[in-house]
Every structure is written in C-alpha cells, then in structure tokens.
Ligand binder design. Structure first.
Ligand code: UTP
Length: 293
C-alpha cells in the first residue's frame, strides 16, 4: 500500500457567498490577519508530511499560483531596502522540496468533478483532499490531518474528518451515517453511508463532514459513474458513498480535535480573524484596548 504524499486543494469554485469581496480576488486569498487562507491550508498539509500539492484552479485565479511562486522584483526591492524579516516571510512560504502543480477545471461543476481533473497525476495512489475554505485551529500538538494519516497507515482504512453540529444545520453539509451507535468519547467511527445536505428531518445523524479526506484512487471511477446530485453538482460525497455502500473500500470518520471556521461564509471568516487575533499576544492587547474587553 502506498504512503500518502499527494494532496489536492480545489480552488476553482465561484465563492458566491463572499461576493462582492471575491469578484476579482479569489476567496482562497482573503487574509486571516496577514496571511491568505490558502497558505494556512498548505502549511497544514506540509506539517502532516505532504510533499506534493495539486491545485485545481480556473481562469481568473492565477494569483493563487503567483502567491506560491518567486516574486523576483519584490524580493530584490526588499533586499535593497534591508527589510530582511519581511523578505524571509515571503521567501519561506513553502519549503524547497514541496512540489506544486496546477490543473484547470473548465467549469465549476462540483467538488467531485474538480477532484477528477487530477486523475492523471494521482494515477493509482491514495491521496489527501483539503478544502481551503475550512480553516482548522488545532487544539493539540498533532493536527487532524496527521492523525488521519496515522490512522490510515495503521488500519488501511480511508478517512474523513467530521464534527458534531446542531441538527438544524444538516442541510448545509455532507452528513455521515455510522455503522453502529457511537459510544461516548469514541473518536473513530465506522461508516455505513454518507448523504449530501439532507433536511434535518431526514438526516441520518448530526455529524458533518469537514473538508479533509484521505481517498483511494478508486474514487476517480466512482466520480465518473455518478450523476449530478444536490445543487446539480457532481458531488464528492455521492462518489464516496458509492464506494462505501458497494463495499469497495473501507472508510472511517475521525472526530476533529480543532476549532473549525467555514471561511467561505461571512460568519466563519469573521470568527477566524477574531480567534486567530486572540491567539496573538500583541493583537489580543490591541483588541482589548480598542473594545474594552
Ligand atoms: P464550495 O462550494 O464551498 O466553494 O466548495 P464555492 O463554490 O467557491 O463557494 P460558494 O458556495 O459559491 O460561496 C468547496 C471547495 O471546492 C472548490 C471551491 O473552490 C472550494 O474551495 N470547488 C468547488 C472547486 O474547485 N470546483 C467546483 O466545481 C466546486
């Protein structure tokens, strides 16, 4: 069995929930304090040992590739003006040995379709998927993706990260159905099926999928076989569900150990900026002084 070294980060969506901010600027480059969202996600992948990132992108989003490339003029200007700390911060965005590839998705036909665009790079290997609008603030030394990779290496089961939500929110997310009732404190859950955005009255549970997956290469064929589902999109949830229900691959859900911010929404984006500021000593004091908190 291959080790997982490749991660797909799809960035070809329209970002309609954050318009007008995302009319000309990709949602993935909106900053959380002074760092674009997608940089946090790439750092999370590197921390877990990923060695190759594959962006699924589209026209108008070239700035994402530029962010991870060398900006020769800027580096030269910073060097001449002696701004060495800032120079280091833009030079060290990614380690030298990290490979980055970009592939274009012609139309934003859904997350499943976006993943399928990388079939020729993934070949027959298992791989990770990280959705860049879900920002995770880890509560432990080992981030969730590292935990998922350890589970995969140990059990050879593919992994999906999940969290408990209130039942009335199920319509916004992919929802899991566990094989057995979940025991108190249980972190790893065997899966019976997945459903994309069910109505609260029809939802099999109140546990939602967070955008972190470890997937088998077989997912590519499964995506080819499915029809457009919820929101008329090719849904990754439906393709994984078919692999689970046809018993082609074993999947587990892991309960996240992080605070999660859906930065594709105004609420999540605002909360992430506040939470990350409160983690920084200087910014925390600024907020306290300004708002008397
Ligand atoms: P979302 O549905 O959250 O992103 O997809 P979106 O479509 O950009 O946002 P809204 O709903 O219009 O506000 C999750 C991730 O999958 C990517 C998006 O870029 C986002 O990072 N995606 C989605 C694609 O790459 N291609 C698609 O066809 C759909």
């Amino acid at each position: 069995m291959h080790k997982i070294k490749k991660a797909i980060i799809p960035v070809a969506g329209l970002g309609t929930r954050m318009l007008p901010a995302t009319k000309a600027i990709p949602k993935e480059l909106l900053p959380i304090i002074d760092k674009p969202l997608v940089q946090y996600i790439v750092e999370e992948a590197i921390e877990a040992g990923i060695q190759e990132i594959i962006f699924i992108t589209r026209s108008g989003k070239e700035a994402i590739e530029n962010h991870f490339d060398v900006n020769f003029e800027l580096e030269k200007a910073l060097k001449i003006s002696g701004k060495n700390k800032i120079l280091k911060s833009i030079r060290d965005i990614i380690p030298k040995n990290l490979k980055i590839t970009s592939i274009r998705q012609e139309n934003p036909k859904g997350l499943g379709d976006a993943i399928l665009c990388a079939e020729h790079i993934i070949k027959k290997e298992p791989f990770a998927v990280l959705l860049p609008d879900e920002l995770l603030m880890s509560n432990s030394k080992k981030n969730d993706l590292s935990e998922m990779l350890s589970q995969f290496n140990e059990t050879k089961s593919y992994q999906i990260l999940v969290e408990k939500i209130s039942k009335k929110e199920t319509e916004k997310y992919g929802i899991i159905s566990p094989k057995k009732p979940i025991k108190k404190g249980e972190k790893v859950i065997s899966l019976k099926s997945l459903t994309e955005k069910p109505l609260p009255s029809k939802s099999p549970s109140n546990i939602r999928i967070i955008g972190r997956y470890l997937l088998p290469p077989e997912i590519m064929n499964s995506i080819k076989l499915i029809k457009p589902g919820k929101d008329k999109e090719i849904q990754l949830t439906d393709a994984i569900n078919n692999l689970i229900t046809n018993e082609e691959c074993e999947f587990n859900a892991i309960i996240s150990n992080s605070q999660i911010f859906d930065c594709g929404s105004k609420e999540g984006f605002l909360n992430a900026n506040i939470a990350f500021s409160l983690k920084d000593k200087d910014l925390k004091n600024i907020i306290r002084r300004r708002f008397n908190k």
